[in-house]
Design a protein around this ligand. Structure first.
Ligand code: NAP
Length: 256
């Protein structure tokens, strides 16, 4: 029997976990696609391809050329372009698409959140007074900080920010999650942080800072998620595994 060919658009913990769950199943042939942003990505449990496809058109050509049966969009909630491309490529090729999107974090009663639609608006929301800010935005999105040089920024990223930003008071921290609440509390206290700049990424791996901020009464300036296309979606890896098994078994591999 021909294996059911799955292409996972990844770059997230969930994509890696899903790939690991599918890896041992001979009925599936799974490949993981990474954009290639991280210099030394974590080891992956299935074969990997790296780099852009060349827009929706390129992705459509890839799906058709490789005979993909199911496209899984397990990219980060803030990776808006690739998700739009995935929806368009699936529409054109009629290859079914399943999105795996972790739910966003919800503001609790004790949380001090200020929400903003963009990183630029979030930096403005830090205000005129000098703050001590933990920045966890990812190194591609730091440019708006330069227009607000009056804060101290502790900038955490997986890969080095190179060249460093032209900022008078910035410190860099290299670290890869998951980050536990106790370690995050220690970091916030040690650096006398009074605001956190974060995206609403969702998921457990980076929630520690949000929980720690709540306990310490620290403000979180939270960037809201960009809109994503409306497509069949699951919220967890377990749901994705079940949905994929169902689709593969029922042979609904075209035109869903
Ligand atoms: P994006 O703005 O949505 O995508 C920009 C371009 O990068 C896409 O048009 C595509 O190029 C290429 N691309 C993105 N994801 C890809 C993938 N999985 N495989 C192959 N090509 C991909 O994405 P982004 O925000 O730069 O994020 C890039 C990657 O980092 C994604 O895989 C995402 O899951 C991961 N990530 C992003 C964030 C974040 O906050 N944005 C956080 C953690 C991880 P072509 O048009 O040439 O195909």
């Amino acid at each position: 029997m021909m294996a059911y060919k799955i292409l996972i658009l990844g770059g997230t913990t969930e994509a890696r976990e899903l790939a690991a769950r599918l890896a041992g199943e001979p009925r599936y042939e799974t490949k993981l696609s990474l954009a290639g942003r991280t210099a030394r990505p974590a080891g992956q449990p299935v074969p990997v391809r790296v780099g852009g496809f060349g827009g929706a058109e390129g992705l459509a050509a890839h799906l058709a050329g490789k005979g993909i049966d199911l496209l899984v969009d397990a990219t980060h909630p803030f990776a808006a372009r690739i998700s739009a491309n995935a929806a368009e490529a699936a529409r054109v090729t009629k290859v079914p698409l399943l999105a795996l999107r972790r739910p966003g974090w919800e503001r609790g009663k004790l949380d001090r959140w200020t929400e903003a639609d963009t990183v630029a608006a979030a930096v403005v929301a830090l205000g005129e007074r000098t703050r001590r800010v933990l920045v966890t935005l990812g190194r591609q999105e730091l440019a708006p900080l330069r227009a607000h040089p009056h804060h101290f920024y502790l900038i955490r990223s997986v890969d080095p920010v190179d060249p460093p930003l032209d900022l008078p008071d910035a410190q860099y921290l290299l670290a890869r999650g998951p980050f536990g609440e106790d370690d995050e509390r220690r970091l916030l206290i040690d650096h006398r942080i009074d605001a956190i700049l974060s995206k609403n990424s969702g998921g457990a791996a980076t929630y520690g800072k949000i929980a720690a901020a709540r306990g310490l009464g620290i403000e979180v300036v939270m960037v809201r998620r960009p809109p994503k296309p409306v497509v069949p979606t699951v919220g967890t890896v377990d749901e994705a595994v079940a949905e994929i098994a169902h689709r593969a078994a029922s042979g609904k591999n075209r035109g869903v």
